[in-house]
Design a protein around this ligand. Structure first.
Ligand code: GLV
Ligand code: MG
Length: 327
């Protein structure tokens, strides 16, 4: 089993910018999101697809994207636009693009089709830089095949969860993008004397989120959570983002600049987390010099596996510091 050797990229906030709104591009380029994805897919009306593609090609060529990681979400393979999207993006004499995002990935074969067409054009035009692939898991088939999708190409960098399309694909009755469903839950058993029973809300996306983060990590990819459509609800965004961070997600796709700082903060370890992780590494190192595998720390047992958890936190904080330093 190979693990992808992907470039280290912070992916805490990944801002969607519709290709039909070039007036937003400059602000996005000078904003604080880790990644920008210029969208050709679902935020662009059918009659604006051609214009949006032109806007994006022009902007890749002419706009100063600084050190921003730049991605484009193309239309899905089963659309009439996919091939033209890819060819127009790669037939230009410019290698600024870092990533290509493919939505509605259903199977490993979809990834191979993407790889094939991309590599054909790269060869023809002798392109040196090879953009990585970001794959959105947002259909029933995509979730069933997530493991094979994750391993289908060495160019895969990340798996993303698309809650809105996924809801539509399985017939879930939610209408908000990436939000919760107030009906998806369970009621306490009947109580004596007609006492009021508590309703407990369940997380409708738990299984999908779990399977995606597992597949991503099995193959060395980043896992990115879905957008949250209600951009006036910071509290709702924060709770879901924190939950995704706790589960192992690297970041969230976002649909509004208001959400950039929230995501950057939540998907960064806190000062206390980093301090504790460093202490843990010291304690365990000392213990191992004394020939001990397990050791007590603040009343809790630590062992070798805790090193891996602590290292994840320290590495993430170092990557963030490096990004700040290089600004
Ligand atoms: C994102 O693409 C979604 O469908 O939620
Ligand atoms: Mg979608």
């Amino acid at each position: 089993m190979h693990k992808n050797n992907i470039p280290i990229r912070l992916n805490r906030s990944e801002l969607a910018v519709p290709g039909s709104r070039p007036d937003f591009f400059e602000k996005a380029a000078s904003g604080r999101s880790d990644i920008i994805f210029l969208d050709l897919e679902d935020s662009v009306a059918i009659e604006k697809k051609d214009k949006a593609r032109k806007n994006i090609v022009d902007a890749i060529r002419n706009l100063d994207w600084k050190d921003k990681i730049l991605s484009v979400r193309v239309n899905s393979l089963d659309s009439d636009f996919f091939e033209k999207d890819i060819s127009d993006l790669l037939e230009i004499d410019n290698e600024r693009l870092d990533l290509l995002m493919l939505p509605k990935v259903n199977s490993p074969n979809d990834v191979l089709k993407l790889e094939n067409i991309v590599e054909k054009i790269e060869k023809k035009y002798n392109r040196k830089k090879k953009p990585g692939f970001e794959l959105i898991i947002e259909t029933a088939s995509g979730l069933i095949n997530v493991n094979d999708i994750a391993s289908a190409s060495k160019r895969n960098e990340s798996l993303h969860f698309g809650a809105a399309d996924f809801a539509a694909s399985i017939g879930a009755k939610t209408m908000s993008i990436g939000g919760t469903s107030s009906s998806y839950g369970t009621l306490e058993p009947l109580k004596k004397n007609n006492m009021k029973r508590n309703f407990f809300l369940n997380d409708i996306w738990q299984v999908a989120l779990f399977n995606i983060v597992v597949a991503a990590n099995a193959w060395g990819l980043r896992a990115i959570d879905c957008p949250y459509g209600n951009f006036n609800d910071d509290e709702g965004f924060n709770v879901l983002a924190k939950s995704a961070y706790s589960l192992g997600y690297n970041g969230k796709m976002i649909i509004h600049p208001n959400q950039i700082n929230l995501a950057n903060q939540i998907f960064s370890p806190t000062v206390d987390e980093v301090k504790e992780a460093k202490e843990i590494l010291q304690v365990i190192e000392k213990a191992s010099h004394q020939g001990k595998g397990a050791v007590a720390f603040k009343g809790k047992l630590l062992d070798i596996v805790t090193i891996k958890q602590a290292k994840n936190i320290v590495t993430l904080s170092e990557n963030i510091l490096n990004k700040i330093k290089n600004k």
